[in-house]
Write a protein that binds this ligand. Structure first.
Ligand code: NAP
Length: 309
């Protein structure tokens, strides 16, 4: 069995070593242009080089080393006849749940305001609204979003979830499809985006959708930057309908030094750290998926090229 690793932004050495250890019968190597024509049965990729797929003609499966496949699907030369799998969770859902609960509680309990007061040496209570005043709407109830929604619900916040198909998740009111999107927005004050980026979800957090949220809305984006129309978000903060936002993903990363988000008093910026792909958990998953394919089974996490996720 031959496995090639192509993720130019990631140090290949530990991944190749761990994979070779997990599947001892496999030959595993990091891709480079010099050996581009060396063909493999399986490929592990993350934002691979444009030339990568041109040299691979016998792949049995491609594994994307993350949950979001939007960049990969845009790559010219990606073979659509080869099954593509994304990582189901690999520890990301729990991290994402922590990120969203932290951003939500930081905002709802004014912890951000208390931090500012401490810097000013100010001892003063701030009036806090109860949890029922902050209904949370989670867009995307997949392997990550479902965990996020459950975690938020466990703190006693009212939680709605929106996805393509209806879900049964304890403590979460499920809304599904475009027909129920407006009702979902009208019932939401804190909007959390954990959607994949597709033609249908590009720019979904825009002036029209933001205006439908409850007054004093708050946006938490841990999906992709293109989900949010930045100018519309800033305009809704400006007019006071949206109180602020916690953003983890940006059109240009690192966020350029002069960007308005850096110094905006109502916007929290984090450097795309909401959830990282853990090496060990990822290797375990990829190993299990390869073993399943070798047994003739279809593992979970297969990307539907038509849906775009
Ligand atoms: P997933 O398991 O594929 O789930 C996607 C969810 O979105 C599903 O519930 C799906 O509905 C829903 N959905 C997709 N298109 C929709 C549409 N047009 N209308 C309504 N709902 C729609 O994905 P995941 O693993 O949870 O990951 C979600 C995204 O998080 C990734 O694609 C990536 O962009 C982002 N992410 C960000 C970070 C970070 O560090 N910031 C890290 C990891 C992932 P159905 O269930 O009905 O199919």
């Amino acid at each position: 069995m031959k496995i090639v690793f192509c993720a130019p932004a990631i140090d290949a050495q530990p991944w190749v070593a761990r994979l070779a250890q997990a599947i001892p019968e496999a030959q595993v190597w990091p891709w480079s242009p010099a050996i581009a024509s060396r063909e493999a049965d399986y490929a592990l990729v993350w934002s691979p080089d444009d030339a990568f797929f041109a040299g691979q003609h016998r792949l049995r499966a491609v594994f994307n080393m993350g949950a979001g496949v939007d960049r990969l699907l845009g790559l010219p030369g990606l073979p659509h006849e080869v099954p593509l799998f994304r990582l189901d969770d690999a520890g990301k859902a729990q991290q994402m749940a922590e990120y969203v609960c932290h951003a939500l509680i930081d905002h709802a309990r004014h912890f951000d305001g208390f931090a500012a007061q401490q810097r000013a040496g100010l001892w003063r209570e701030l009036a806090v609204e109860g949890r029922t005043a902050f209904p949370v709407g989670v867009m995307g109830l997949g392997s990550i979003g479902a965990r996020v929604a459950q975690a938020v619900a466990s703190f006693g916040y009212p939680v709605l979830g929106w996805s393509r198909s209806r879900k049964l998740i304890a403590g979460v009111e499920s809304r599904a499809g475009p027909d129920e999107f407006d009702a979902f927005l009208h019932a939401t004050r804190v909007l959390v985006c954990v959607l994949p980026l597709t033609a249908q979800t590009d720019g979904i957090v825009n002036a029209a959708s933001l205006r439908k949220l409850k007054a004093g809305a708050y946006v938490i984006n841990v999906g992709r930057s293109a989900h949010v129309v930045d100018a519309d978000l800033l305009a809704q903060i400006e007019v006071g309908h949206v109180a602020g936002a916690a953003l983890d993903v940006f059109d240009t990363e690192p966020l350029p030094g002069g960007h308005v988000f850096w110094r905006h008093p109502n916007i929290r910026v984090t450097p795309h750290i909401a959830a990282n792909t853990g090496l060990d958990a990822s290797i375990d998953q990829i190993t299990a998926k390869i073993r399943a394919i070798e047994r003739g089974e279809v593992p979970s996490g297969r990307v539907d090229f038509g849906r775009g996720y």
